[in-house]
Ligand binder design. Sequence first.
Ligand SMILES: Cc1cc2nc3c(=O)[nH]c(=O)nc-3n(C[C@H](O)[C@H](O)[C@H](O)COP(=O)(O)O)c2cc1C
Ligand code: SF4
Ligand code: SF4
Length: 262
Amino acid sequence: MTTTIYYFTGTGNSLSIARGIAAELDESELIFMPNLWKDEKIVATSERVGFIFPMYYFGLPQIVYEFLEKIHLDTAQYLFAGVDRDGTMDGVAFVQIEQLFSEKGKQLNAGWFLQMPNNDIPVDDLNSKEEIKEKLRQIKPQIEEIAEYIREKKNHPPPLPKKRIKSVEKTNTIFRKGVFTMDQNYYADENCSSCGICAQVCPVENIIMENTKPLWNNQCQMCVACINFCPEEAIQYADKTQERGRYHHPEITVQEIIDQKH
Ligand SMILES: Cc1cc2nc3c(=O)[nH]c(=O)nc-3n(C[C@H](O)[C@H](O)[C@H](O)COP(=O)(O)O)c2cc1C
Ligand code: SF4
Ligand code: SF4
């Protein structure tokens, strides 16, 4: 394999980007980070190695942080990362990646932010239908451009913020340290049909069905797959989501989210 793309996704945006890039490259493979994350040792063996994942609280998701800490990159010749997000604040994702890689004597050759629809309904409602359509339209040429960089192994300096790094890093660290128990706010309301889809889509097996209802087990990554993929819109996050819409990438099916887990 000449290119390996490790990706993480909750609602399919990052999967669709990773797939789009892989489709433009010869000899590429996609690996879902949660499938390797608990392994004792993770070794990348491809010449080009990339990471595609969503920005959480202005930085890395906890599972991605741990994955990047662990992975061995000794033989990688070209390293790239694509961080998708819904807003425009730069945050510290690339600062964190550079810190983690410098400990391995490595550096990113290329990095991009990608604007995608919002999925974080516990915090904010969905983008409008027009905004979603526009973001998904604009991402297509960007994917082709990114693939071209990777194919040619060209440098694209990652967008590093110049100001407020410490305070933003603190926000992300507080989020990552507390993420596992944020699922205390989830519950299934009276519309739950006991279908079990929420448990099936969870990338880290944090949901079990008990007495026909989902039970969250405090190992959450806040990927928001469960709340967005519930076919009955029966999952709520405290009092925040009763009036909000649900989102997943329109070209990614619930079955594809389930099937990416091994
Ligand atoms: C817990 C959480 C935190 C998020 N934090 C941010 C953020 O700080 N900035 C931002 O622009 N988007 C943020 N988002 C939005 C996602 O990064 C964005 O919608 C992404 O494309 C979702 O990717 P996915 O479909 O692959 O999971 C957040 C989403 C979640 C679930
Ligand atoms: S996906 Fe929704 S309807 Fe199905 S078991 Fe989970 S909460 Fe209930
Ligand atoms: S419980 Fe829900 S939000 Fe938490 S990791 Fe699983 S699917 Fe994602």
